[in-house]
Design a protein around this ligand. Structure first.
Ligand SMILES: Nc1ncnc2c1ncn2[C@@H]1O[C@H](COP(=O)(O)OP(=O)(O)OP(=O)(O)O)[C@@H](O)[C@H]1O
Length: 966
């Protein structure tokens, strides 16, 4: 049980268990804390079992963390909570379909099975390949849509369209749409006209009325449209748009378009089911239909209590699923509209903002024809609990956070400040010492500026942060004593107290590179080989020790503690382990959860950085799956180490380093000092939506075509579609989500905030109440001595254990002497880089024949792609040798593993040496995937030649490695 006592409002939320509750509260107010306590509280009621309470959140890691927290507060241990429905919507629906799915709901008109082995595709690259195959077959099957396809520049965007419609609860059945789609597809005329009237009001100028917003945002060149489109004079008035043309545009005939989208969507659902796979969106769709149609299943699965965290990140379909999954009106949703930043994934902020209206409307929609939601959702009975105490930031930071929600994003951006302020949730700081430094600094060379400011902040008393722990209880203290105690905890900041956030990744990468040049420690959130870190190895060692006093475990631990090899061997021989270590082992053995054990190990070694946190995240994630014992955790860590698994976390060059990440990835985190960087025009706020496809969905316009194919002028040509151009011009451009991102960034700061911009600051920078200051940067390169000072307390372990050797060390170097003649290693690197980018779905096009051949090869494969995988092969040699290399590409299919190595050589004469290299990969893959056939192949990129090699035996590799080690 953690020592935090809930405040009065939190207690109310925790203790009021029956009824409908909506919590729409600001950052850091303890929403997640309260909802987990609430779960534990419900669990204490007589007759309630974990399966009676459904708790849904946004990510798998968050769900696992919640299960861990609940286990600490309830009589249930993590193993007992393993099957409890504490999950994401996707995780929950996946299990639901596997358990009850069997056959597709007949209402859809698809007669197929939902197999137990259903493959849930979460990997965008894989899904888009499958979709592309589907769409080309669809195109062949439907010549009647030829002219539509002629206008579509990227058929792949139809895939996002199906995902978007699924998120809105729009579902196709064989002969139309499932349930009523209302105005979702055709658009809401009334809502549109009301917006149009507002936007078409002339503005007030110094000399009379000026153009309305709608008029000024529509540009018109007659030749861009089909010949029978209205002409400029029919559309554009002096200050306003002509209403007739706008109405005509809204009412355009879209029957064929709707039919086309229906057919694509429906046939894709059929196609996926025939191939035993579903995407996340389609899975939710099927689960929804099953729950709607099968009263028996519905009754079996319903939960007495339903709670949803991060409700601002749900979509309409998820809201409806929430209602279907509740047996009674014991529903609690928790979120913060101000932190809704996933609109681009089709979430709906209105779910939390207009909760009362939506719950009533959705209930009546769901109850058409049959009672599916049997309980009352009376709006007047919905309780709203305000949480207003913020446990993270100072009052000064919170005050600036309020400004971010109304700051103009462009020069002409008219923000309805009053309306937004009305909706803002109030936040009161709970700390006593407000020493916040809040600065806005600018310089042409922003990257130098940021590094300069980091150096200015580190070790600077003015930027003091909490460096000492809070006393166990401050309850008995007077106000003055609390203030003094907090001041006492403050001290000079170090690098790790700082986080730099950027709206986009490219700026972050440039900054990281420059920081490296100056020796400023900075870690970028991204994929790292988490299981190959010292933290993971030590944890694995202690797990092995706890399990069976394993000698390998003791050897690692002794080595880390600085014992010489000889001394360690004596200890191991006599099994006379140092007392302190044996006591520590016994303490670990008492730990009931893997997460708890890992925490004790990391605390003991002072690991509290990104790697330790990442590992904790991974390990607590295991609770949700099948791993919960020490031996399962050992197998899990070993398997990941061996496979070189890469995990998305903040990588760190050392424990004391600045964290660098995108704002999206910073959600839910907190740092003492935040730098919000690159607040420049075109960067932050970022322009509008990500590029839309030729057919797009937009509220309240419904489905519209952006371009059309026509031969009306005698020539085939793709024209802009005039109704769409006119209608979108009438909608106000909104930067609300960008403002909310800004709010998320600022509310991550506990104490200090530095806003930075370069040569062209955006209004986000200039329009806040913080006056920008021009600063001339002067960054001092860090010297080796500086770095040593930072790391003096870390013991550098003596080298022992197996000798690590690159696979290249077992190859005969002389083969390189005359390969790649005239093309160079740089050329080879470029081809490899292209291949990696292409596999990862980056926006790259092949340059030159080699890259084209690579693209062709990759397109020809089906399966899961894993590029750049580290392969580690321990050999049974004396002394032990471990070979390490990087596999260019692994292609994984249900029964085969293909290992592909690209070579840009113009001839094949080095093949015998390459065979050694690929044989190493072969043995690693064979052990990792014992149930599949493994093939090793070289792909000669120059002449499109794909050569399969036969692997060398392990003994042969041992001999070669031994010889190379002489
Ligand atoms: N009553 C309390 N007393 C002291 N600390 C608290 C209290 N309630 C919550 N906290 C602490 O405040 C921090 C924020 O809590 P939590 O993550 O639950 O907030 P949140 O509202 O979900 O935040 P966000 O919306 O920013 O993700 C946590 O460290 C939590 O332990």
């Amino acid at each position: 049980m953690t020592g935090i006592s809930p405040n009065t409002e939190q207690r109310r939320l925790i203790e009021s268990t029956d009824g409908i509750y909506r919590v729409n509260a600001g950052a850091g107010t303890g929403k997640t804390f309260s909802i987990t306590r609430r779960y534990a509280n419900i669990l204490e009621q007589p007759g309630i079992e974990p399966e009676d309470i459904l708790l849904v959140t946004f990510t798998r890691n968050a769900a696992a963390e919640m299960a861990d927290r609940i286990a600490q507060q309830s009589p249930y241990d993590p193993v007992q909570l393993q099957d409890a429905p504490i999950s994401t919507f996707h995780g929950y629906c996946y299990q639901l379909l596997r358990r009850y799915g069997h056959e597709t709901p007949s209402e859809l008109g698809i007669h197929d099975q939902i197999p137990q082995s259903l493959d849930l595709i979460e990997d965008g690259i894989r899904e888009s390949k499958l979709f592309n195959t589907f769409i080309s077959q669809f195109e062949d099957r439907h010549p009647e849509y030829e002219h539509l396809f002629a206008a579509i520049n990227d058929p792949g965007t139809l895939r996002s369209l199906t995902t978007e419609l699924a998120s809105k609860g729009v579902i196709p059945e064989r002969n139309g749409w499932y349930q009523e789609t209302g105005s979702t597809l055709t658009g809401d005329r009334e809502a549109f006209i009301s917006i149009f009237e507002q936007e078409n009001q002339p503005n007030e100028g110094a000399y009379g009325p000026t153009q309305s917003n709608a008029r000024s945002s529509v540009s018109w060149t007659d030749s861009e449209y089909v010949p029978d489109a209205p002409k400029a004079e029919d559309v554009l008035g002096d200050t306003q748009l002509h209403r007739d043309s706008v109405e005509q545009a809204f009412d355009e005939d879209r029957d064929e378009l709707l039919e086309f989208v229906h057919d694509v969507y429906f046939e894709y659902l059929e196609y996926a089911l025939q191939r035993n796979y579903l995407t996340q969106g389609l899975m939710l769709v099927l689960a929804f239909v099953m729950l709607s149609e099968d009263a028996t299943v519905r009754e079996q699965v319903r939960h007495e209590y339903v709670m949803v965290d991060e409700f601002q990140d749900t979509n309409e379909l998820q809201f409806k699923l929430t209602l279907l999954l509740a047996a009674e009106n014991n529903i609690c949703v928790v979120g913060d509209w101000q932190q809704s930043i996933y609109g681009f994934q089709y979430t709906s902020i209105k779910n939390i903002q207009e909760f009362g209206e939506r719950i009533t409307r959705y209930k009546s929609e769901l109850n058409r024809g049959e009672t599916r939601v049997p309980y009352s959702v009376d709006e007047t009975e919905i309780e709203t609990i305000p949480l207003e105490k913020n446990y993270r930031s100072t009052a000064s930071i919170l005050s600036l956070a309020r400004e971010t929600l109304t700051v103009p994003a462009t020069n002409g951006d008219s923000v309805d400040v009053e309306a937004i302020e009305d909706e803002m949730t109030s936040l009161d700081a709970t700390n006593y010492v407000d020493n916040s430094q809040i600065k806005a600094v600018t310089h042409e060379d922003e990257i130098e500026l940021i590094l300069d400011q980091i150096q200015h902040v580190v070790g600077n008393e003015e930027y003091s942060v909490e460096v000492r722990d809070e006393p166990a209880s401050t309850d008995e203290m007077s106000q003055g004593e609390k203030e003094a105690a907090e001041a006492e905890r403050l001290g000079k900041p170090s690098y790790s107290d700082i986080a730099v956030f950027s709206r986009n990744r490219s700026f972050a990468r440039d900054l990281l590179e420059k920081a490296g040049e100056y020796g400023i420690p900075m870690a970028y959130e991204g994929g790292v080989e988490l299981f190959d870190t010292d933290q993971a190895k030590l944890l694995l060692a202690w797990l092995r020790i706890c399990e069976s006093d394993d000698q390998r475990g003791w050897a690692t631990v002794l080595e880390e503690a600085g014992y010489t090899l000889q001394h360690a061997e004596e200890i191991l021989d006599d099994e006379a382990y140092p007392d302190a270590m044996a006591t520590f082992r016994d303490r670990l053995r008492e730990s009931e959860t893997i997460g708890g054990l890992a925490r004790i190990v990391f605390d003991e070694y002072g690991y509290d950085g990104a790697y330790a946190n990442g590992l904790l995240g991974e390990l607590t994630g295991m609770v949700e799956t099948t791993l919960s014992t020490r031996s399962e955790a050992i197998t899990y860590l070993e398997a990941n180490l061996k496979a070189g698994s890469t995990i998305e976390i903040d990588s760190s060059p050392g424990e004391d380093s600045v964290t660098l990440q995108t704002i999206h990835s910073a959600k839910g985190l907190e740092y003492p000092i935040v730098f919000c960087a690159n607040i420049n025009r075109r960067a932050f706020p970022s322009y509008g939506k990500p590029s839309a496809g030729t057919i797009q969905y937009q509220e309240p316009l419904g489905l519209r075509q952006r371009s059309v194919y026509s031969e009306a002028n005698g020539n085939p040509y793709v024209y802009k579609h005039w109704p769409n151009n006119l209608l979108t011009g009438c909608l106000p451009s909104t930067y609300d989500e960008e403002r909310r991102l800004f709010y998320v960034a600022v509310t991550r700061a506990k104490r200090h905030l530095v806003l930075t911009a370069g040569g062209s600051p955006s209004p986000f920078f200039t329009e806040l109440s913080v006056d920008p200051v021009e600063v001339e940067p002067s960054v001092e390169p860090r010297t080796i001595e500086d770095m040593e000072k930072d790391t003096f307390s870390i013991t550098v372990p003596e080298q022992s254990g197996p000798q690590r050797m690159s696979v290249h060390a077992i190859m005969d170097d002389s083969v390189y002497d005359d390969i790649e003649e005239g093309r160079g290693t740089e050329f080879g690197d470029e081809v490899h880089q292209f291949a990696e980018d292409y596999v990862q779905g980056a926006d790259v096009s092949p340059v030159g024949g080699d890259q084209q051949n690579v693209a062709k090869l990759l397109d020809s494969f089906d399966g899961e792609f894993k590029p750049e995988i580290t392969a580690i092969l321990p050999l049974n040699t004396e002394p032990p040798i471990t070979l390490v290399g990087i596999i260019d590409l692994l292609v994984i299919t249900p029964d085969q593993i293909h290992i592909i190595d690209y070579k840009t050589d113009l001839s094949r004469h080095a093949e015998a040496e390459y065979r050694k290299q690929l044989s190493v990969y072969y043995h690693v893959a064979s052990e990792t995937y014992p149930d599949r056939d493994v093939s090793i192949t070289i792909f000669y990129t120059a002449n499109d030649e794909h050569v399969e090699l036969s692997p060398l035996k392990l003994e042969a590799l041992c001999d070669t490695a031994r010889a190379a080690n002489q």
